[in-house]
Design a protein around this ligand. Structure first.
Ligand code: BGC
Length: 251
């Protein structure tokens, strides 16, 4: 079986995809990116994702797709930073019908975690390893001895007067024009809270802001080792492609 697979990462602002070598954990093409449509209903988002399939000449072939929601049996069960019509929508089936191909849908942070587990910073960690994506929202992937517990949604934890994702994610830093020091303090507070709850051995920071890790590293004082993701912003695409490839192998 070929190691080549298309991975697509659906986000609140952009939808990106690339062909992936799932054995090496590397992109085989440049990333193709489109803005998430304004009226971001599942069908409109799928239509945009189909452009990526066409651009990469991948029509009629299987696709792995990560999205910012809880996903159970191909149905999205939450919609924090996306249109509310995603809740309860059978995305996997509808996407498969529209694409005329097998589609596997999973949570975007779980996808990133799967890639970091095989090729990045979550590899070989014994005990609990957390991957936290900091973007528009906060996503999480939790592993225990390399086994994923899907849909952990650790950005939804109650913190201060609201939830963690409105306190410590990168969107908040940008919107409130926080200094790295102030935001680093928020992030530290959040990571320490995670530490109390889950005693991770290692925490991997993913999402665009992981590239700027040196700007806030000094404000993080957890007992667990905290590191930026190795695959940077490509982890979601790579992990989605890997998840689809695994499903095909099982068949
Ligand atoms: C969603 C998660 C997602 C995260 C990152 C959150 O708002 O609830 O499912 O993983 O954003 O995109």
């Amino acid at each position: 079986m070929s190691a080549k697979m298309l991975g697509i990462d659906i986000g609140g602002t952009g939808i990106k995809g690339a062909l992936v070598d799932t054995v090496k954990g590397k992109l085989l093409t440049d990333r193709v990116k489109y803005s998430t449509p304004k009226n971001a209903t599942p069908k409109n988002v799928i239509k945009t994702a189909m452009k990526i399939i066409k651009d990469l000449d991948w029509e009629g072939k299987p696709v792995g797709v990560g999205c910012p929601a809880v996903v159970r049996q191909g149905v999205t069960k939450s919609a924090t930073n996306i249109d509310k019509s995603w809740i309860g929508f059978p995305v996997e089936d509808v996407f498969s019908d529209m694409a005329g191909a097998d589609v596997l849908l999973l949570n975007d942070a779980d996808a990133a975690g799967i890639a970091e587990l095989s090729f990045g910073e979550a590899k070989g960690v014994s005990g609990v390893c957390l991957l936290i994506t900091l973007g528009t929202g906060i996503g999480s992937a939790m592993f225990n001895d390399g086994v994923l517990v899907p849909n952990t949604e650790l950005g939804m934890l109650k913190m201060k007067d609201g939830i963690a994702e409105d306190y410590a994610t990168n969107r908040v830093r940008e919107e409130l024009e926080m200094s790295w020091k102030v935001w680093g303090g928020h992030l530290n507070h959040y990571l320490k809270h995670l530490e109390v709850l889950f005693s991770p051995s290692k925490i991997v920071i993913s999402g665009g802001v992981c590239k700027k890790f040196d700007k806030y590293e000094e404000y993080l004082h957890t007992e667990a080792e905290v590191v930026p993701a190795k695959l940077l912003n490509n982890a979601g695409i790579i992990g989605a492609a890997m998840a689809m490839q695994r499903r095909l192998k099982k068949k």
